[in-house]
Design a protein around this ligand. Structure first.
Ligand code: SF4
Length: 321
């Protein structure tokens, strides 16, 4: 059945013609928002593993992690090809020589690795790093950079202890376009203090930029995080499922129809989620999103305000709202 949005699984199938899965890696990075360079304690929602690949043992080499993970994904999903996914913490936060050595190892680790996806903070890339990442792009190698943007609103980023600004995201995005790198932008819905209109503004900026991909998260409390403590003290309540379904449909209606949706539900580490627990019922949520689009008679992009425009220059976009 055709989805009312453009799912990542469809994008991969169209691109590679076979079942492709990401294999998550923990390369032992840290984050400037944890080691004191930009902040301490991390973002309020980030757990001790850097929002990440808990399944991995960071004592294993990249090659060992890739081999173990490929075996698992083959058995579980019948996956045929694999993308090495540098997921934990900030995967560009090291000298370029070390980055090169880790990325080289990942690309050479297994014959069924067809590329890399590298997750990072927008303020942790520069010309040299993106040039290195772009150097792995060939007709046979797929390379993607994933940025944790979360929201376009700086006041929310402050509340999250993010220690970066939306302007820094726009600068990283412009450089990423310069190197013609595929990209996926992470956003979080139901962030503290954000109205429906605030969240729709974030969707509109992503539509205006015509970003390649978006991974949509709902704010959730993982164990041992400041957010979980707030929840246990009764200071924060997660959104309920019905309202989330409404909100994410509203959000996707405003995105560009060609933007790939990397995720709409679930969390890779469900055993460590404190709240909301319903978030783990991934299939049920996905079915309810489909049903809601069906009830509305709409799909992704139906309320996009920027149809027909090319990917905009970021300084123009910054002044739109
Ligand atoms: S930037 Fe990422 S890794 Fe660093 S504290 Fe925030 S969520 Fe965690």
């Amino acid at each position: 059945m055709t989805k009312p949005y453009y799912p990542y699984s469809q994008y991969l199938k169209e691109k590679f013609g076979c079942k492709v899965y990401k294999v998550t890696l923990d390369a032992g990075f840290t984050c400037p928002n944890r080691d004191g360079v930009k902040g301490k304690g991390g973002c309020t929602f980030c757990d001790q593993t850097g929002s990440s690949s808990r399944a991995q043992d960071r004592r294993d080499s990249i090659t060992e992690q890739i081999h173990k993970n490929i075996e698992r994904q083959r058995k579980r999903f019948g996956a045929e090809k694999f993308i090495a996914y540098f997921q934990s913490f900030t995967n560009t936060y090291s000298p370029v020589e070390r980055l090169k050595s880790l990325y080289d190892e990942a690309m050479a680790a297994h014959p069924d690795i067809i590329g890399m996806s590298i997750s990072t903070r927008p303020d942790c890339v520069d010309e040299e790093i993106l040039a290195l990442i772009a150097s792995y792009q060939t007709p046979d190698n797929y390379i993607c950079v994933e940025y944790g943007m979360q929201t376009i609103h700086d006041r929310t980023l402050d509340l999250l202890n993010r220690c970066e600004t939306h302007h820094e995201f726009l600068e990283a995005f412009e450089l990423t376009q310069k190197y013609n790198l595929d990209h996926c932008i992470h956003v979080i819905l139901d962030l503290p203090g954000e109205s429906w209109e605030d969240q729709m503004e974030t969707a509109d900026v992503l539509a205006k930029l015509k970003v390649n991909g978006v991974k949509i998260h709902l704010l959730c409390a993982m164990e041992k995080t400041p957010l979980a403590e707030q929840y246990l003290r009764g200071e924060w309540q997660p959104l309920d499922k019905e309202n989330y379904v409404q909100l994410i449909c509203d959000f996707m209606e405003r995105l560009h129809p060609e933007t790939v949706i990397h995720r709409v539900a679930g969390n890779g580490h469900h055993q460590h989620v404190v709240a909301p627990l319903w978030l783990q019922r991934k299939m049920e949520i996905m079915n309810e999103i489909d049903a809601e689009f069906d009830r509305r008679g709409t799909r992704q992009g139906d309320k996009c305000r920027f149809m027909g425009e090319n990917s905009a220059r970021t300084e123009e976009t910054a002044g739109v709202f």
